[in-house]
Design a protein around this ligand. Structure first.
Ligand code: ATP
Length: 245
């Protein structure tokens, strides 16, 4: 469903990603783990078109369409706008949630449906309420007054309004109480079971590896390990560096 090949990304003269390649297959949950500053958010922001690779040999391919790069056999260099990428079925839940604080929960959800050709229907809201019943109770509340966990639910619900086939999540557990972290991870699994493929960036490597099919480990802009999540969870170096053992 998603393929990155040889992706380089720089911020000015500072290189953040050094030719990374990764793949997410339809139906999977794939985790991307790594220390602070490893380049995880940069990877997600490149996938959703917010950052452009520095190198024209880089390729980002989603559902066989080129988000970025030159298609084999062609000279045309593709560089797709972020709103088009959302329309193709890729939604990004950013680190820090970024809900619209002065808008109600309802209005925040509506913003997520801007890629709809027509007006969003009740079924779109029902899909969100199915995973986040608490949002239904708080539909008229101004989002800035919600708890951190509820704001995370709004950010994820807003992304689901676009009915994505691939959901990319940046640190969904950040700043949440342990019980809420468990709840959010269960919901991520449910969203996946309901048919949405997931790419998950997480500091909580333990839980991320527990719910994922496969994982990649990023260190200073380079993928240093990849494999089935259960195998990585047993790996000595991973256990020492990321699982606190
Ligand atoms: P964290 O877990 O702390 O969010 P991360 O793995 O998501 O880390 P990134 O945010 O992708 O890491 O950052 C990768 C590198 O790029 C870091 O060295 C960071 O300082 C740098 N970087 C990120 N954003 C910018 C920016 N806007 N301008 C300059 N450098 C940046």
């Amino acid at each position: 469903m998603l393929k990155l090949e040889n992706v380089d990304v720089s911020y000015g003269s500072i290189k953040a990603l050094h030719g990374i390649s990764l793949e997410v297959k339809a139906g999977e949950i794939v985790a991307l783990i790594g220390a602070n500053g490893a380049g995880k958010s940069t990877t997600l922001r490149t996938i959703s078109g917010l950052l452009k690779p520095a190198n024209k040999d880089s390729k980002v391919i989603f559902k066989e369409e080129y988000i970025f790069g030159i298609r084999e056999g062609s000279r045309k260099y593709e560089c797709m706008a972020p709103y088009k990428i959302v329309e193709m079925g890729l939604s990004h839940v950013p680190e820090g949630r970024h809900v619209f604080p002065l808008m109600t929960v309802y209005e925040n959800l509506l913003m997520g449906a801007h890629s709809h050709k027509g007006k969003p229907g009740q079924s779109d809201f029902d899909r969100v309420y199915h995973h986040f019943p608490r949002l239904k109770e708080r539909i008229k509340q101004v989002a800035g007054t919600l708890s951190g966990g509820e704001q995370q639910m709004v950010a994820m619900g807003r992304a689901l309004m676009a009915s994505p086939s691939l959901l990319i999540l940046d640190e969904p557990s950040m700043g949440l109480a342990p019980m809420l972290v468990e709840e959010i991870f269960h919901i991520i699994e449910d969203i996946n079971v309901a048919g949405t493929t997931i790419l998950l960036v997480e500091q909580n490597a333990h839980l991320a590896l527990e719910i994922s099919n496969r994982a990649y480990v990023l260190e200073t802009g380079t993928i240093v390990l990849e494999g089935p999540a259960q195998e990585l969870a047993k790996n000595e170096a991973i256990r020492r560096s990321y699982l606190g053992e």
